[in-house]
Design a protein around this ligand. Structure first.
Ligand code: SF4
Ligand code: SF4
Length: 280
């Protein structure tokens, strides 16, 4: 008897996945951070469900599975290293991971919490000002990027990173391809998308000329200046941009502040901030 049942075609990828081989094991670790970069996975929606069919997500506390000491093929790390416990834990994560990818401004440059690195007393004065019982707060004197503690195979900048960045890196690493990160400056992305330049047309102190691309030129698309949440681009001419800001009428302190924000610990931004500091 003829059957009406339809046999679905099996794709090459399904056949590849059906081979008797262990599924890649992936972990997502959190250090000092706001959890925003982990949302790049959760916001991916259907792509995350498809990923879960092809890999074992062995540790991702925000999404469910918890096994922080599990050996994995690929570990994503969010957050800066800001406490003695984190300085220990990141070494164990590195030892347990074939590839380690740091995600977000906190993990790649120390993030906002690295502003305390410029405080002569480190975190001491701030914890006393904020917490009723600061003696219970264990904090390192500085908040630093993951790469200052262990070898990092790939850095994805941004505050936060987006799903496109994360899933592109995932695909490339799992298929054994060396990850390619676009190194253009934000201005190039802005021009490609035909946004009106907020620096030239509106005289806004936009950080686009020295900022790493990757966000899709989000802020200029809405007519506002970039504040460099994706960190410094390759070979940024921060000196020329700072002079341009002064030409727009910013006082030295305001110029310095443009480089002293989410990625203040990044060497090129830190150096420019220092140059424009008002003498004490
Ligand atoms: S980089 Fe930004 S979004 Fe990501 S964890 Fe740090 S503060 Fe949050
Ligand atoms: S335009 Fe600048 S500040 Fe805005 S999201 Fe992109 S990198 Fe961040």
């Amino acid at each position: 008897m003829a059957t009406t049942e339809r046999v679905l075609p099996i794709s090459a990828l399904d056949r590849f996945n059906a081979r008797a081989q262990p599924r890649p094991r992936i972990a997502v670790h959190k250090f000092s951070s706001c959890d925003g970069c982990q949302l790049a996975f959760l916001n991916a929606g259907e792509a995350l469900l498809q990923l879960a069919q092809r890999v074992d997500l062995v540790h991702f506390a925000e999404a469910g599975p918890v096994d922080p000491e599990a050996p994995v093929d690929l570990a994503f790390v969010e957050g800066s290293i800001s406490t003695p416990e984190e300085a220990e834990r990141i070494r164990r994560v590195r030892a347990n991971s074939r590839y380690l990818v740091s995600i977000g401004a906190c993990a790649t440059s120390g993030g906002l919490q690295a502003l305390r690195n410029f405080n002569a007393d480190g975190a001491v004065g701030w914890t006393e000002a904020i917490y009723a019982q600061p003696e219970f707060i264990q904090s390192l004197g500085s908040a630093t990027p993951v790469a200052e503690h262990v070898k990092v195979d790939l850095e994805l900048w941004g505050c936060p990173v987006n799903a496109r960045q994360v899933f592109q890196a995932l695909r490339q690493l799992l298929f054994g391809v060396a990850p390619v990160v676009d190194k253009d400056k934000l201005c190039v992305e802005c021009k490609r998308q035909q946004h009106v330049c907020v620096l030239v047309a509106k005289g806004e102190p936009c950080m686009g000329p020295v900022t790493h691309t990757g966000c899709g030129a989000l802020c200029p698309a809405f007519g506002r200046d970039c504040y460099a949440c994706f960190g410094p681009a390759e070979n940024p001419n921060t000196a020329a941009l700072a002079c341009r800001f002064e030409g727009l009428g910013l006082v030295p302190e305001a110029v310095a502040r443009r480089f002293h924000f989410i990625n203040s610990h990044a060497p090129s931004f830190r150096a420019e901030w220092l140059k424009w500091q008002e003498p004490e």
